[in-house]
Design a protein around this ligand. Sequence first.
Ligand SMILES: Cc1cc2nc3c(=O)[nH]c(=O)nc-3n(C[C@H](O)[C@H](O)[C@H](O)COP(=O)(O)OP(=O)(O)OC[C@H]3O[C@@H](n4cnc5c(N)ncnc54)[C@H](O)[C@@H]3O)c2cc1C
Length: 445
Amino acid sequence: MSKELLTGWGRTAPARAERRSPSSVDDVQAAFAERRPVIGRGLGRSYGDPAQVSGGLVLDNRALSEVHHFDATTGIITAGAGLSLDDLLRITMPAGWFVPVTPGTRQVTLAGAVAADVHGKNHHVDGSFGQHVLRLTMVTPSGVFEITPSSDPDLFWATVGGMGLTGFITQVTVQLIAIETDKVLVDTRRLNSLDEVMRELKESDATHRYSVAWVDCMTTGRHMGRGIITRGEHARVSDLDSPSLTGPSVAKLTVPFDAPSGLLNPLSIKIFNEAWFRVAPVHKDRQVQSISTFFHPLDGINDWNRLYGRRGFVQYQFAVPDSASEMVVTAIDQLSASKVPSFLAVLKRFGPGSPGHLSFPMAGWTLALDLPVGPAALPRVLDELDELVLGAGGRLYLAKDARLDGRHLRAMYPRVDEFLSVKARVDPENLFTSDLARRLDLIRK
Ligand SMILES: Cc1cc2nc3c(=O)[nH]c(=O)nc-3n(C[C@H](O)[C@H](O)[C@H](O)COP(=O)(O)OP(=O)(O)OC[C@H]3O[C@@H](n4cnc5c(N)ncnc54)[C@H](O)[C@@H]3O)c2cc1C
């Protein structure tokens, strides 16, 4: 099984695409000359179909992973769009610089982080990845553009969160954040109800740079949505007995084969959740954790997706505004009652969104669910969740979506037409497209 997380949702296998790895602007422009549908691709860590284009040309950015300039006094780095956050951190962490925003895995490329405008556990403080990008170089069918947020705000913000549909990014300049050590001081709380989890998470907006909660979506009744909150701050030299500053650790475990598809069933997940909950400390402060453990636990296990078996799983992540906090309770209540098992459920706070036309975060709540494929009720349960999200004025995360349709997209992302007119300026023939764009009508007809 590929490490890349290419999921389908009840569709037949897509027609094959040709895959190339351009190493220069000329290579990218040569692809345009063929007039075929084209899309950029990083490490394939999106869960759905944004980096696929059936019958077209996939331009893999991995040959563009050179570091062009890194200033260890200012923390500004300019690198090829295919540099992974993992490789970047191996260079910058020993010099005392960390990425301003990291998703739950370092195995994403700079271009993938820009195109999905990824968020981390610090969105309520630091916003999303695109808000720390100083410059982008991109190749479009209308030419090569080197843009900053002020030189061409429309193209910049259509590209940040634009899921690769405005052109092929070749270079990214990012402002990193200073760190004194490679450790995080972590405060943990085990809480018996969703109310408590949500109240404490909200309070953390003002007290912690990083915060996240694991929520138990399998328990009903008064403990419905009980959870474990972990909150962290970068440790300073004065916090540690023996401070160190090294790059991220390397994965030590590998899942050697696909688990049987039924392994993750309601009973096994309920047992897992119970054990996970019980093992967490009720209250622990200032526990020293490595950056890898705190930010990227799944990177410690190669091929972790095999645990879901050959049928795989669906990721479902929504955001809703603060005014719709009740909707989070209703969603978890519905999910718990449905008996559709959710292996991992992660609740986070979002601060205000970025100016990206299609950027996902909005001030309020976000819940991400990993749902093993199998239960007959799963499609219905997700359709019902879609309606709840829509009713709450929320949206789904395109980097994790594999099943939404165009009608819902426009209700969730009201700036689609604005986005499409910027796209038309740089890509008048709609060469940049993807299976996601086709599914969601993200192409001007
Ligand atoms: C374990 C895990 C945890 C995750 N946690 C989070 C999280 O906490 N927060 C979060 O926001 N996301 C999270 N994600 C999702 C992930 O961060 C995004 O999907 C990210 O975009 C993947 O980057 P990639 O390099 O693999 O890009 P791909 O998945 O290959 O592509 C993603 C998008 O980028 C575009 N793209 C790629 N290269 C280029 C290019 N050169 N030019 C233009 N467009 C390009 C593609 O067309 C596509 O639309 C997680 C994913 C995994 C597997």
